[in-house]
Design a binder for this molecule. Structure first.
Ligand SMILES: [Fe+2]
Length: 300
């Protein structure tokens, strides 16, 4: 039984499969003047801690179009966590996911760590990370709707990110076959198996959809391409849908962006799909990125 409020939200959302006219109009607007290069996503600014009104507006405009924006500040390798935290506040992102490996600030310092609990997790290695959205293993009530990555020091070599607006991926799949979207919106489409570390349960199995419509009628995506991290629903349509999604993500597309955050640069996004390439560190100045994961959505 869908509540009245939820019904109103779904009726007004282009992402609901019943709304084909609305979807076609949304699609036309979305593709009109869609950015073509990574450079088109960059907003130069002075200091993210003191945004001017016009800097702020430019950031918001890009986020509105592509669900992501890259800021290029002049703070260089200043490790002040207030830089990404102020950026979050400027977007009204206030509720950080204080995961168990986060810093006291709520941000997470992403760097190579060879000991303790962190060494078991790929973000703290220099290995490549395949396509995913952040927090895909979180419970449904604690989804990561937005994310900030701020680069203090890039790697000596590598450590690039590929980025892909999840609304565009949704569109590509829906255009191929709307039934793929139907399958990937099922509440048991994708199960992330439990995580047990040294005999201790870190996280139970978590089932949920890939595509979700938020209470504001926007699109949210949970996904990881790491095959051993997912149990897909066994029916033929879900299998075909997830294979098609995987093939799409592995193909070249004008909508996929790739580049590296340099010192003082950062990404603000509505948890778009992303990867990381492997990297090599300069031992004296190892790669350091701050990551903020938020339960808030960037309100556009
Ligand atoms: Fe990530």
């Amino acid at each position: 039984m869908i509540s009245t409020n939820r019904h109103i939200v779904l009726q007004a959302s282009p992402f609901h499969l019943d709304n084909n006219d609305l979807y076609q109009r949304w699609r036309d607007t979305k593709l009109n003047a869609y950015p073509e290069t990574l450079g088109d996503l960059v907003v130069e600014l002075n200091d993210p801690r003191k945004l001017t009104e016009s800097e702020h507006q430019k950031l918001l405009d890009l986020c509105q179009k592509t669900n992501m924006v890259i800021y290029a500040g002049k703070t260089g390798d200043d490790p002040d966590p207030k830089i990404p935290l102020s950026m979050g506040r400027a977007f009204n992102l206030l509720e950080l996911d204080h995961n168990w490996l986060a810093d006291k600030t709520g941000l997470t310092s992403l760097k190579v760590v060879d000991d303790g609990a962190r060494q078991n997790f790929i973000p703290y290695s220099n290995r490549a990370i395949n396509w995913h959205t952040d927090g895909y293993y979180n419970r449904l009530a604690e989804q990561i709707y937005s994310m900030i990555l701020h680069c203090v020091r890039p790697a000596e070599e590598g450590g690039e990110n590929q980025l892909w607006d999840h609304e565009i991926i949704y569109m590509m799949l829906r255009d191929k076959n709307p039934d793929y979207i139907k399958a990937l919106m099922e509440p048991n489409a994708m199960t992330i198996p439990k995580n047990v570390l040294h005999g201790q349960l870190v996280r139970p199995d978590r089932s949920g959809p890939v595509f979700m419509i938020t209470d504001e009628g926007r699109l949210h995506m949970r996904y990881t391409a790491r095959a051993r991290n997912v149990i897909w629903k066994k029916d033929a349509l879900t299998q075909e849908a997830q294979q098609t999604l995987r093939t799409l993500l592995n193909s070249d597309s004008e909508y996929q962006f790739q580049g590296r955050l340099e010192a003082g640069q950062g990404l603000v996004c509505n948890n778009v799909l992303h990867t990381r390439t492997a990297f090599k560190d300069d031992k004296e100045n190892p790669r350091l990125l701050y990551r903020g994961r938020y339960f808030d959505k960037i309100m556009l």
